[in-house]
Write a protein that binds this ligand. Structure first.
Ligand code: FAD
Length: 445
């Protein structure tokens, strides 16, 4: 495994595109983006000196590594007499702004959310400036390509074909959501085959849009149509899950690799590289799991419901540590976000804050039937199953041979046999969970 969490491959594809569009945007205002390769404090100090800079401004970050690096940079600049000004550019509520009744960080979402609703002061975003003053003496910049963010692979082309990482597109998606999709959000968000959500997560992760812009756009829609209130609240609530994730990341920084609930350090996980790879490649033999994993590989995104189903399959049906899944998501998600990814994985694994209880184990067949009843999602991402009737689409092994033949499938050839029997896997997961509980109880004796 690779820590501390350098940017993942898919995220870097988005970063390359968004930096290119930021540069283009700045040039329209007579400025431009300056890229420098090298040690950050040293390069910045040299630049500041050569330009006679009067102050350095940046937005605050919240991972332990970033906080340490930024603090060091601030000290280095201030030692040279250069003032530093930092801002909140990516959250609605910074992690230290609110505390629970006992004066401690929140570990449960609902009270966190209630507290935010009553106390958070979310100011309106500032308008775009008319111009951006630029320095006369132009320091030399390295070309974006020199940062080597994107590997030369067909995978990059495929990812890019699904997205446009610029502010205009971010705003267009936000407006489309505000004007239309928000009105059906609470029901549509769980339909696997639909784009019922805002798909703004990559824009948030890359810093193209801020949650304040989103929050204000949605409040504006509610002000115009009070009938939207309930749906808008359901959406804003999800936006606050992201805030909660940052709250936890800041207060419990070790949770990116360690379970928040300590007892889970005793969980008898399995080390099974071959099984991990079948999951990564979308070859588990469970259609809805495979569809999710293949959507992720092809687009750098996965529907939230599919994230829960695929993650549950890895940690509960395969008993592979959630950290291995989090690492794979980190490398392949275009919206890779250390706070949200950590929260999501610990939630599914049952070891995090306000997590799903471990013993609630998703049945991948039932989940498929419930959230992809006509099978459009599975047919799109697992096309070899597309001829199978709805009745068997989520469990091809249950189909009579002639039905399989009619659909052009031989299990084990065009599509794999299920890699585990869910009923057996479920029992094994409960045995593992109870073993952990016994160990914890014995330790307490
Ligand atoms: P919408 O439904 O339109 O929600 C709007 C915004 O609210 C999202 O963009 C996101 O910022 C926030 N949000 C929504 N749901 C959640 C949630 N469950 N937790 C935290 N914030 C949420 N999200 C990431 O941004 N990056 C990740 O790396 C990430 N990893 C995840 C891993 C697992 C195992 C799970 C179960 C979830 C993960 N999520 C992650 C959360 C969620 O799946 C995505 O934020 C969501 O699917 C993004 O799509 P959207 O923008 O259309 O969401």
């Amino acid at each position: 495994s690779r820590h501390p969490w350098d940017n993942g491959a898919a995220f870097k594809v988005g970063l390359h595109e968004s930096l290119a569009s930021l540069d283009k945007g700045l040039r329209e205002f007579g400025s431009r983006l300056l890229l420098i390769k090298g040690d950050t404090p040293q390069s910045l100090l040299e630049l500041v000196k050569s330009l006679g800079v009067g102050g350095v401004y940046w937005n605050r970050r919240y991972t332990a590594e970033a906080i340490a690096a930024d603090r060091q940079l601030k000290v280095a600049l201030e030692e040279q007499g250069i003032p530093v000004h930092t801002f909140n550019g990516s959250l609605l509520v910074e992690p230290w702004e609110i505390k629970n009744k006992a004066g401690k960080p929140f570990r449960v979402f609902t009270p966190f959310w209630k507290n935010c609703q009553s106390s958070a002061k979310i100011t309106a975003p500032l308008p775009m400036p008319d111009s951006i003053p630029s320095v006369k003496k132009r320091p030399s910049s390295c070309a974006l390509g020199e940062l080597a963010l994107t590997p030369q692979r067909s995978w990059v082309k495929e990812i890019n074909s699904h997205w446009q990482f610029n502010e205009q597109q971010g705003m267009a998606l936000l407006e489309a959501f505000r004007d239309e999709l928000v009105s059906t959000y609470s029901a549509a968000r769980d339909v696997l085959s639909k784009r019922g959500t805002s798909t703004l997560s990559p824009y948030l992760a890359l810093g193209i849009l801020s949650p304040r812009q989103i929050w204000h756009a949605i409040q504006g829609a509610v002000a115009e149509h009070t009938g939207l209130n309930g749906e808008a609240e359901a959406y804003i609530r999800q936006l606050f899950w992201r805030e909660f994730a940052y709250h936890l990341l800041y207060h419990f920084p070790e949770t990116t690799t360690q379970p928040l609930q300590e007892k889970f350090t005793r969980f008898p996980w399995r080390d099974d590289q071959a099984a991990l790879e079948l999951w990564q490649q979308g070859k588990t033999g469970y259609p809805v799991v495979d569809a999710g994993m293949r959507e992720l590989w092809a687009t750098g995104y996965m529907h939230n419901r599919a994230r829960m189903i695929t993650a549950s399959f890895l940690v509960k049906d395969l008993l592979i540590p959630w950290q291995r899944g989090a690492e794979w998501f980190w490398d392949t998600l275009i919206d890779a976000d250390l706070a949200n990814n950590t929260l999501g994985w610990q939630w599914v694994a049952g070891c995090g804050a306000d997590a799903a209880p471990y013993f609630r184990i998703f049945n991948p067949v039932r989940q498929g039937e419930r959230f992809d009843p006509q099978g459009a999602y599975v047919r799109r991402w697992v096309p070899e199953l597309s001829q199978l009737p709805d009745k068997y689409l989520h469990q091809p092994w249950a189909a009579p041979t002639d039905v399989l033949e009619g659909a052009g499938i031989t299990l084990g050839k065009e599509y794999p046999h299920p890699m585990v029997d869910h009923a057996v896997a479920r029992d094994d997961a409960m045995i593992a969970y109870n073993l952990m509980r016994q160990q914890v109880a014995m330790k307490a004796l």
